[in-house]
Each structure stands twice: as structure tokens, then as C-alpha cells.
Design a protein around this ligand. Sequence first.
Ligand code: BG6
Length: 462
Amino acid sequence: MNFPKNFLWGGASSAFQVEGASTLNKGRTVADMRSDLAKERLGIASTDVASDFYHHYKEDIQLMKECGLKAFRMSISWARIFNDASGSANLEGIQFYHDVFDELLANDIQPIVTLYHFDLPLWTVEKYNGFVSRECIDDFMKYCKLCFEEYGSKVKYWLTINEQSVITMIPAFQGLDNLKDCWQSYHHMNLANALVNKMYHEMNLGGMIGPAISYTTVYPASPDPKDIMIAWHSDDIHVFSLTDVAVYGKYPKYFINELEKNGYMFEMQDGDDAILTDPLAKPDYFGLNWYCTSVIGHYIGEDMFGEYKGPDLPRQERAVKGEYQYYKNPYTPYSEYNWNCDGIGLRYAMRKMYQMYHLPIIITENGWSANETVGEDGCIHDQERIHYLEENIQGMSDAINDGVELIGYTPWSFIDLLSASQGMDKRYGLVFVDRTNDDLKELKRIPKDSFYYYQKIIKENS
Ligand code: BG6
């Protein structure tokens, strides 16, 4: 099937994972701190150099052009714009993103820009504990306002916060140490999303804004109604409670029940409801970060491998005690990092999301990770990634045929970058970056086989 005319075939990245230059014209971020700790503990690469996009962006954009990209998802590092708590903006940082956007546009590539992708400025944590405090909402708005004023004529697709549900579940991603604070921060991020959307809409810049949502389609492990209910509940808690607040401005009752049960209910103030339900606060589209599916069943006891047989599926040694446990899906192949390839799961997720909200979608992340090296012939034959792309592009095509309004696809990632959790070993790129965790070499860029596969897909738009 042909994809829609003007479909945004793209590639994705985020600032701390590609840019490097982590102390040049930039303040420290939570992502820098996390990566320094990981370097110390596990010896993996840090954000210092990453893929050095900061110095290689022109070369990388030429590769995007060669591949045929129509869009590039990237993020602005808030700490490059406001590198300290003084409140004055950093002109060199502002100029850097102007240069990147100009270069993209000169090559007919639309920037799709995330405002906050896992890299909260450390000064916000030191000053007031990040989004746990309402002060952070004001500072985020000030930063977003500056971005809209500076770049609003160049950037037509904005993403506010990347994977809010993920950074809520893992305190370290926000420089925090407990879940109670994370849930307070979650509410404040919802207010921030709503206020920033409203501000953007009032500025009439003619583009679109929305959040980047993490969605792992969850299948029930068996037809046992308990398994079906827990799979459904998990999707609701991890995905649809957040998208419901974004679109309708209301926290669903099942979600509040869950927070209260666990002692994580956050404080709300008078006026918050009005902020969340303001019609101008509604997103224009959803960015969907979608990689794989998982299989869960109800929790079957302390000993996961005990007497009770449960569903007839291979179990994973992973469970949420008392609630559910994970299984492997024997019908789908898994990567060495244990993420599977399941294009039907993507079709299902897109359809569900569209049926619920009727908003356009961009698949803002989707990718296959592997530990890769250059072969003796100087190439990287990433056949499994090609298979993954093929399956997922088929899933998107089917979803479009089902009626879903899909406007773009930015697979993760265009070039190899620093994994959010596993350094340079876990590679996602269509372009290889020749460096290891401890040897920078020359950071040479080498298109992998998947680059040429994707180039063909884009050319044929099919
Ligand atoms: C998404 C993030 O959750 O998953 C990316 O938005 C991240 O930043 C990607 O890189 C893959 O996760 P990881 O840990 O394999 O890098």
C-alpha cells in the first residue's frame, strides 16, 4: 500500500544521546549525572561525546538527505538554553539549534522537536527538586516560550515531554529517590503540558504540539478472565490514564484508586482542574514511542516456578509481586536485549489510540537494538533490523488502511547513539557510529544495510 502523500518518513534521536559536547555551552543535566554514574559502575560510555552530533550535525544531515528523510526527530537540551539558575538564556546554545534547524530545512527535512527528553537541568533539581515543585512549571514555560519565539517559524511539530510515564516509574530519571515524589512531579508535568500547549496555541505559530507517549502493547497470557483484566488494566495505568488527562483533563477513577492504594496520591490545588480542562490545552497529535509487545498474566504466587502451572507459555523471571508476571511470546522473535518484533502489536496500538482520541499520530520511536561491529567487508549487515522495520511498516500500513491518521514515522534511531540505559553497546541506528564505550576512534559514520532498505521504502513511499 502507498503511504499518504507528504508522509513524514524520518529518523529519531534525543539531545543527550547524540549531541556530546556535554559541558560546552551547556549546564549539567540529570541525564549527564546518570550516565556518569553508569560509567563509573559499569564502564559504559557517558554523555561527554556520545555520537558527537554537536560537531558532526552537517555530515549527519547529509546522510539523512541521502537516505531521503523528510523529518528528523531531535530534542533541545533545556540546559543548553538555560544552563544555570540565573534565568538568563545562553546565546551560544540558542544559536546551535538555529544552525541545526537551518541545515535541516535547507535539505528539506522537517524538524520534529522534543522539549524535554530525560535531561532535566540539574539546577532545577538542586534548587527545588525538579517537577516535584511548581516552580519548575514556571521555568519550563519560560524555556518553552523562548523556544517557540526563537524557533517557531522553523519548527512545525513539537513534542512536550518524552515518556512521562517512564520517568515517573524510575525516580533516577528525574534525579529523585522515591516514587511518592515522582507522582507529585507527574501531576505537575501534566499541568506543565497543559499550560505549554495552551501557550503554543495562543501564539498562533501554525504548527502542532503534543506529548511523546511510551506504549508497549500488553497481551493477556491466557483466556483466563483474570489475565485479560490485568493486561487491560496495565495498558490503562501505563498509557491511557496519561492520554486521558492530556485530552480530557481528568484523571480516571481506576487510576486514582491505584495511587491511593499504594500511598502515592499527589496533591492538587484549586485551579488545577481548570488548567487541565482548558480547551486550548488539548494536544494536536500524539507522538507514540512504540517498540514491542509484552505478555502478562495475573500473579500466581511467591514462587513463580512453583506448583501452579498457569498459562502454557515460557515465563520470564520478571514480575510485579502480588499483581502480575511476565511471559515470553513464542510467536514473535526476540532481540538479544529481550525486546520482540511484532508489527501486529503496533497496528493494534495505533488503532486503539486512534479509536479513543481521534487525534493524528506520529510514531516517534520504533527500533531494534543489537550489539554490532563492522564486518570484514566494512559493512554492517543488520538483517534483523530490516525484518523489524518491514514488520512495523506493514503494521503502520494496515493501521492507515484501518482509518488511523498517521502523519509520520521516525524510527529510533537514525544514527547509533547512547542507549538511555546501556551505553554504546546497545545500538539502534540505521547508520553505524564507529566508537566503543571506551574508544572514541574517529566516530566515522557508516550506513548499515537497513539504511539502504529504508531509503528504498522512502523513495517508493510504499
Ligand atoms: C525510549 C526513550 O524509552 O526508549 C529513548 O525515549 C531510549 O531515549 C529508548 O533510548 C530505548 O531505550 P534504551 O534504554 O534501550 O536506550
